[in-house]
Each structure stands twice: as structure tokens, then as C-alpha cells.
Design a protein around this ligand. Structure first.
Ligand SMILES: Cc1ncc(COP(=O)(O)O)c(C=O)c1O
Length: 434
């Protein structure tokens, strides 16, 4: 084990060699992630750099957190300015700050009028520090709505969720996961969730009873294997929510903000939900920031003084990054870019798939593309792609997840396609060390 460094060089954070960094993590960190055998020293745009200056194309983009590319100059610049201008640090929530006010106004207008049936009141935004925290805010909202508005006995509220969903790792959220390894040994679990098959409207209808207060859905499943629901599914959920007075909440943490070729993934079915959860790319991948957005009337019904809060939720630095990232998203038309580049890339992947003995199915919208492999072991191909200086990982074990930053250019797409051709058709890759 090397000694801790006493200086921070300019070009990267430390001069500790890769092996030392890995040893520190192994000795002092929880082993809750399977890591690729690589230490990243620098990240810029779509590229990650190792100790020797080798560059790797980032086709994972931190599971959509780096949609705007790494260290986008406008977002990084805003953060630096906030730090240097002394308007970045966390303040007690008893005072107002201009970064929060401006961010809330911008984020509220970023979504269409949510929960339209409650009136055209505008949206309100509740900020937190990471996706799962905002999922919790959404769960609280649906439950309180059921209690106050529908007269459900407090404690009896039920929310409909979906098999193979992924919404994060708090106790309440893992309680309704259908993935055993997320739950085992962490009981007692939180009751009040009913899980049904993703895409099955009949099952949703059957699950609705007098205690049902909401439906929580990913408009396209990310961790569940890059799964697009059957046509009409989201429209059907909208209809069932309206008929049964339920709140329909879309978790757009991974698939929102242009990832699937639309600003919001729910736009593919032209529905408007009652609440939206955003995270990851919301702050340009520089600082943690997430939000729950809903109709102002619902937000005011559910949250009153003391009923929610968070020390860092909506603190100035995160809000400065958030406002800058939303501006970049609009200015660079990232949703449209994702649709165009995604269609181009998917076409090339389909051509490779037609020549490959390994590909079972290619699925995707925008720059969110899954390649399901016949042997069910997508990680085997991800390791081979690392030899071609491409970073991807699997989704649900069987699917290679392709989700590069939305700023990816034609040259970078060609680089990716060449790598995919090699491992899926030519089989020239050798296993990289994981
Ligand atoms: C759809 C979805 N919801 C929620 C989360 C949890 O977000 P976080 O890891 O920021 O808590 C994720 C993370 O991957 C996600 O993909």
C-alpha cells in the first residue's frame, strides 16, 4: 500500500499509481460495486483518460448522468464561478438563495403542465441530492394524496410498481424490487407496494383496489434490460390513473433529459403524467441533484412546513449547476441530437446484428440502445470492448447497454461501431481484466 499523496498535481488528482488507488479502495471501501480494472484520471466530453493518457470512449455516461458530456465547459464554468464568487456553499434552509429560486423556476417550466386534471396551476419542484431521494418524495406524495384526497386509512395506501423496475436502493425502494440480491437480508421491508408485469395493463387493472393511490413507472426500463413497453402501455396507465383517481408518476432519472430522443421519455406516447422524477444529468453530472416535479396544487396539498426537508437539497452549488445544465440541454438541442445520432447508430448496430452469431435482439430509442446477446452473458462482450478502448456495461445480465453522452459526434460513433463489429462479428477481442 502506497503512502497518501501530499500534493495534487494539475493534470490529475494525484500521482498515486493505479495499483495503489485500487488497493486503497479494496482496503478502505465497501465492496458493493464490481469495477472494471481501470483507474480514470480525467474525463472530457465523451472520453475518459487513464494514467498513461490512453483514452477510452465512454458509452455508459454514468448511466445517463453525463448526458452533456464530461466537464461541459459551460456547466463547469458556472460551478467555478459560484465557488470563486462565494455563492456556492450550503446555507441553512431558513434563508432564501437566488440560485435556488432561479433553478426552481427553470425546472418547473422544463416540464409540461403535470397532473392537468387538477388545473393549469403551473408546476412546483422539490429538490434533493440523488435520484432515489426524489423517488422517496414521489412515494410520499402518492401516499399523502391517497390519505388526504381519497380518504384511504393512513398506513393502508398502495402503489403499483413493475417487475424488473429499478428506482434506487433505499429500504423502501428495494422493498418492492423484484431483484432478490437487492433485498435479501435487509428486512424488515416497507409494505404498501404491489408489483405487476411491465407492459401488462390487465395486471395493472386487476391490482387496483380502494387503497391504491398511485402508479410508479419507468417509461422505458433501463436496469431492467433496456425494455420499451408495448405500444399503448403508457396511454393505458394514463387512462387507468384517470378512471381510478390515482397519481401517475414517471421515473425519468435515467431515460429523461433527451436520453431516448425526446426531452421526456413519456412523450413517445404523448401522455402527460401527474409527477416526474429527474436526477443524474440534471446537474450535468458534476454535483448531485434530483427533483420531484408535480402540479402546484398537489405539491401544496402534500407538503407543509416540517413535512419534508434536506440539508443539501437545493443548495446553491447544485442549483447553479442545474440551471447551467438545463440551459445547455436546450441550447444544444440534446433531445433532437439524441434522436438523430441514435437512429444513425441503431441502424449501424442492426447491420452488425444481422451479421453476428451473438446477437439476439437490438432494442432502443434515441441514444439508449440495448444489444441482447444469445448466451445471456453481456459482460463477456463488455470486457472485450474494453480492449477496443470502449467502456460499456451490461443491463440485466443479458444486454449490452449503449448510452454515450448525447454530444457524441460522427467520428466517435464510427469508433464505437468499429469496436462492436470486432467483438460481435470478427471476435478478435481478448478478455480484458475485470
Ligand atoms: C430509473 C432510475 N431510478 C432511480 C435511480 C436511482 O438514482 P440514484 O442512484 O441517483 O439514487 C436510478 C439509478 O440508476 C435509475 O436508473
Amino acid at each position: 500500500m502506497g503512502a497518501l499523496p501530499d500534493r495534487t498535481p494539475n493534470a490529475c488528482f494525484s500521482t498515486v499509481p493505479d495499483k495503489g488507488i485500487m488497493d486503497f479502495e479494496k482496503q478502505f471501501g465497501a465492496h458493493h460495486y464490481e469495477r472494471i480494472h481501470m483507474v480514470v484520471r480525467r474525463a472530457r466530453g465523451c472520453w475518459l483518460f487513464d494514467e498513461k493518457g490512453n483514452r477510452y470512449l465512454d458509452c455508459l455516461a454514468a448511466y445517463s448522468a453525463a448526458n452533456t458530456g464530461h466537464h461541459h465547459p459551460a456547466i463547469a464554468g458556472a460551478v467555478i464561478q459560484a465557488l470563486q464568487g462565494e455563492f456556492a456553499s450550503v446555507l441553512s434552509n431558513v434563508v432564501y438563495t437566488d440560485p435556488l429560486g432561479l433553478f426552481l423556476a427553470r425546472a418547473a417550466g422544463f416540464a409540461p403542465q403535470l397532473a392537468e386534471r387538477f388545473g393549469n396551476n403551473g408546476n412546483k419542484v422539490l429538490p434533493k441530492n440523488g435520484g432515489v431521494e426524489s423517488v422517496e418524495t414521489a412515494i410520499k406524495t402518492m401516499r399523502y394524496y391517497g390519505y388526504r384526497q381519497k380518504g384511504i386509512l393512513d398506513g393502508n395506501q398502495e402503489i403499483i410498481v413493475f417487475h424488473n423496475s429499478f428506482h434506487g436502493r433505499t429500504i423502501s425502494v428495494i422493498s418492492f424490487s423484484t431483484t432478490e440480491k437487492y433485498r435479501r437480508g435487509f428486512g424488515p421491508l416497507t409494505p404498501g407496494f404491489v408489483s405487476v408485469a411491465f407492459g401488462d395493463l390487465v395486471a395493472v387493472e386487476k391490482a387496483i383496489n380502494a387503497n391504491t393511490c398511485g402508479i410508479l413507472v419507468e417509461p422505458m426500463q433501463g436496469e431492467g434490460g433496456i425494455k420499451i413497453p408495448p405500444n399503448g402501455f403508457l396511454k393505458g396507465l394514463r387512462r387507468l390513473a384517470d378512471e381510478n383517481d390515482l397519481l401517475l408518476v414517471c421515473d425519468e432519472i435515467q431515460v429523461g433529459m433527451g436520453r431516448t430522443g425526446k426531452k421526456f421519455c413519456f412523450e413517445h406516447e404523448e401522455i402527460v403524467p401527474d409527477g416526474v422524477i429527474l436526477g443524474k444529468a440534471l446537474s450535468g453530472g458534476l454535483v448531485p441533484l434530483s427533483v420531484f416535479i408535480t402540479n402546484a396544487r398537489i405539491m401544496d396539498l402534500v407538503f407543509s412546513k416540517g413535512s419534508d426537508g434536506s440539508t443539501f437539497g437545493g443548495y446553491p452549488l447544485a442549483c447553479v449547476a442545474g440551471s447551467a445544465a438545463l440551459e445547455v440541454f436546450e441550447k444544444e438541442r440534446l433531445a433532437m441530437r439524441s434522436a438523430t445520432k441514435g437512429a444513425q447508430l441503431k441502424q449501424k448496430i442492426l447491420e452488425i446484428a444481422a451479421r453476428s452469431p451473438h446477437v439476439k435482439e437490438v432494442r432502443g430509442q434515441g441514444l439508449f440502445i440495448g444489444i441482447e446477446v444469445n448466451n445471456g452473458n453481456a459482460m463477456e462482450f463488455c470486457r472485450k470492448l474494453l480492449n477496443h478502448k470502449i467502456i460499456v456495461n451490461d443491463s440485466h445480465g443479458h444486454t449490452i447497454r449503449i448510452s454515450p453522452p448525447l454530444i457524441i459526434n460522427d467520428h466517435e460513433i464510427d469508433f464505437l461501431v468499429k469496436g462492436l463489429e470486432s467483438v460481435l462479428v470478427d471476435e478478435k477481442g481478448q478478455d480484458a481484466n475485470l
